[in-house]
Structure formats: structure tokens, C-alpha cells
Write a protein that binds this ligand. Sequence first.
Ligand SMILES: [Zn+2]
Ligand SMILES: [Zn+2]
Length: 191
Amino acid sequence: MGYERSCLLCGANFTAVREHGKYCTQKCQYKSWTRNNKGKVNEYARKYRTSENGKKVLAEHYASQKFRDRITAYQSKDAYKEQKRRYVASEWGRLKARQYTRNRKARIRANGGEFSIDEFISIVKAVDYKCLCCNQEFGLTDFSVDHIVPLSKGGLNAIANIQPLCLPCNIKKGTKVIDYRKDIFIGGLNL
Ligand SMILES: [Zn+2]
Ligand SMILES: [Zn+2]
């Protein structure tokens, strides 16, 4: 018993229980509803994102290993690399990059301080090529310069305010003030 139909959304053939059944599953029915009610869906999502609970859940999600793994998997795809290459080469991408460099330089000028690449290299060597946050070993070029007190919070661009972190750890740290060098004596360097 039932009505032979093809799903209005995915096109799959199915047997509807009711005469006016249009979708093969509840999932398809729900998907179709969200497509036709984008305004409501966006409004609801916006309200959730800006609520206290939503903010907390999102922050936890972004800090989770699952999220990091997903980003890593996504970024290793050729399609992503190609898209990124195109963005970097585009006029808009170049403009953005120049703007970023300019802003960063201005901040460094305003905050003061300077260090040489040799100083940075000697810190990386002193910590045995291990990221101070995740303790994994990396090659020299995989290290990023992390400002312990971020430039955006007035941190000095001097070696005393700098620690070597791998890029994922640097991104995860964001604009928080965390000194991972604590209790580590870095030989010869007066930090
Ligand atoms: Zn369907
Ligand atoms: Zn790390």
C-alpha cells in the first residue's frame, strides 16, 4: 500500500504513506524547508551565534582537535590550494596582503623594539626545534614568530617578547597573552 513518488528534492523513488507525501525522508523534507525559508534560518543562526551559550559552544568547537583536523584535511585538498593560489594572485588578494603588511609594520613601529632573524634562530635552536606549546619537533622554516604579548595589545617587537611556535599553535593562541617559555632557561639568551 502507498503512493509511488519521486522525491521532490533528491529525485529518489519512494513509496509515500500519504497521498500528498512529497519527500523520500524527513531529512529531505527538512532540507527543502530550509531552502525555502533562508531568511528564518539565517536569523535563527545569527541569534544563536550571538547568544551567550552559542558563543561558548562555538569557542569550544574552534578549540577542538576535531575542528583542527577538519581544517588540516580541507587545506591539504588540491582544490583549496588552487583556490588560495588564485586568491593570492588576484588583485584583491594582493591588496589585502599589502594592507596586512602595512598595518603590521605600523603596529611594530608604534610599539617599538626590534630583533634579528639570527636571534630568532638561536631561540629555535635553544628549544631543540620543538614547539613550546605542543612540544612537537619541526624544521626551522615551520616555526612562526609569536609575540607573547600580541602586537595588537601593545607588545614589543623585541626578542624578549618572542617565542617560537608552530603555525597551528600560533593560530590557536590568537591574541591571548601566554608565555610558554616559563621555567625554560634558554641558554645564553637573556630573556
Ligand atoms: Zn529525497
Ligand atoms: Zn605547536
